[in-house]
Design a protein around this ligand. Structure first.
Ligand code: SF4
Ligand code: SF4
Ligand code: FES
Length: 219
């Protein structure tokens, strides 16, 4: 017979098979999955972010519940969704060429220049991304390097929670990735299809995608 481990999740004692992830154990305990879960264990949505303290350890660490195995005596607390105090607003159509991009980063994310290199974001990242260096690359204008750092980011916001300078590194990374995409030529097949939808040569069912000119296609 397989061993059972006991742990607490959000203050409730849960018995689990040691091969289960925290999220599986939580779901099988009968808890209603109304929050803290999005992709159901694919490790891509970041919504199952949690704090973990292992048995007999004082240190608390961050993790994704769907990617972390249960352990006996573990204490787990999900981190609820939180609203950021400051939202960075920008319009991608303002990005016309790469010359002005560094200036736009400084204008939209002025706090990024004040990174104190505390590595809090690196320690918080459950994906093990070198977040601090991604921020430094973006501030220095090495956008390809910054985009490469944040490519696997799941937007769990743990780096933002950890940052004492309110830098919101993942949102800076998203801006850089969006900016690079905005400056890159779209695949020709995609452009052709969007033109066909725009001119009515092709019809689609359901919600209409944006057309080649960026306007929503008429349904
Ligand atoms: S970079 Fe930040 S938001 Fe992205 S996975 Fe790491 S901690 Fe989560
Ligand atoms: S947590 Fe903030 S201040 Fe610290 S290294 Fe990361 S971005 Fe810089
Ligand atoms: S449920 Fe999506 S990352 Fe864990």
């Amino acid at each position: 017979m397989r061993e059972t481990v006991h742990l607490t999740i959000d203050g409730c004692e849960v018995a689990a098979d040691p091969t289960q992830s925290i999220l599986q154990a939580y779901a099988r305990s009968g808890a209603e999955l109304t929050a803290n879960v999005g992709c159901l264990g694919q490790g891509v949505c970041g919504s199952c972010r949690c704090l973990i303290r292992k048995d007999q350890e004082r240190q608390v660490s961050t993790a994704l519940a769907c990617e972390t195995r249960v352990e006996a005596g573990m204490q787990v607390s999900f981190i609820d969704h939180f609203l950021p105090a400051h939202v960075h607003r920008y319009d991608l159509s303002d990005i016309r060429d790469s010359w002005g991009l560094l200036g736009q980063i400084r204008a939209v994310f002025p706090e990024a220049a004040y990174c104190r290199h505390c590595s809090g974001c690196d320690r918080a990242c459950p994906k093990g991304l070198p977040v601090q260096s991604g921020v430094a690359s973006a501030v220095a204008g090495d956008l390809a390097a910054a985009a490469a750092v944040f490519d696997p980011c799941v937007m769990c916001n743990l780096c933002t929670l950890a940052c004492p300078e309110n830098i919101r590194p993942n949102h800076l990374g998203l801006f850089v990735r969006r900016a690079i995409a905005a400056l890159t030529l779209r695949p020709v097949d995609l452009m052709r299809r969007l033109r066909d939808i725009e001119t009515g040569a092709m019809t689609v069912e359901g919600p209409q995608p944006a057309t080649a000119s960026g306007e929503p296609a008429e349904g």
